[in-house]
Design a protein around this ligand. Sequence first.
Ligand SMILES: [Zn+2]
Length: 375
Amino acid sequence: MRSWSIPVGRVFGVDVRIHLTFFILPMFIFWTEYAAHQGSANGPRDLALVGIILASVVAHECGHIFAARRVGLIPKAVILLPLTGVALYDESRVEKVQPAGSVWKRDIRLALIGPLSSLALACLTAVVVIASGHGADLWKWPFLQAGKLSCSLVWANFYLAIFNLMPAYPLDGGRILRAFLSRNLDAASATRRAVSISNAIAMVLMLAGLFSDSWLTMVGVIVFSAAQLEERALVFQSVLDNVRLEEVMLTDFATLSPADTLEDALEKAVHSLQDDFPVVRGSDMVGVISKQRILDALRAEGNGYVQAVMNKIFEVSLRQDSLGSAFRKLTARNSSIIPVVEDQRLIGIVTLQNLMHSMALLAESRKLRRDEAES
Ligand SMILES: [Zn+2]
């Protein structure tokens, strides 16, 4: 989901990225305006129209982010597409646990807030336009055009509200549909069902656009790319939930002893690819330490013992724990290593560094297997 979008900043602590399809929009507007005005387009005004649509999408997404925060859900990132945004929620970072039976109601509320914010903005801007004496312009076709930017602001928000209510996942209407489906299906199947409905809608729109308004084709392309985004996030989530630590842990790793001097430890670290080391006395895990911590301690206090600077508070996992639970432990403690133990004996380690590599590999291999199963 990263490769097709570029980071543009943070809004209220959430990463905002622009999907590459967004750049179709300026070209599309330039082209339609060019056609509408018999070969004369106005560059700055066209760009302003793109800006208006982008701002309306951002405002719509802010509605979702605020609502999500209120129920303790933290969006990981918001990806802006030309006529919508997709908030990727991190279900593994829910702050308030929702009673199982009411998750679907929460999802419906979260989805509805977006179109409602857009609708409210449309009404608000319409009042301003009418108050400034341009009310008559509001009803001149086409509603969305570079020639009348203030009216376009009203209609952009209105269209966003309507567009996002389409039952095409991950648009808000599709999220509502998914919420209803999830009452009888497990989360992954509900999402998959919603994504296939969405793909069908996208196909119909793209085809219909060829014979009528080209905006429909554009909308179909956007729905299609949004559904792909969601599918990738789904694969990622299922990897988190289904992969056991024994499948990804490193079993060939270096350990340090609490009685090692920091210089010895550094010497060992230099000859290892590991950034983090378990500290073991006999067969007992007594701490963890990172290469960086060893270096910092050496710089600050000179040579000493690993015992004195290692981190004695750490979480351990079991081999059958899920990757998701290991991720939660890593992020909660802000650490970068989790020892995997069995009968209090260290049998492997999971580090952020090795997770990043193995996750990508696993996601790909699972997708391959699923594609094979489907074809
Ligand atoms: Zn929305």
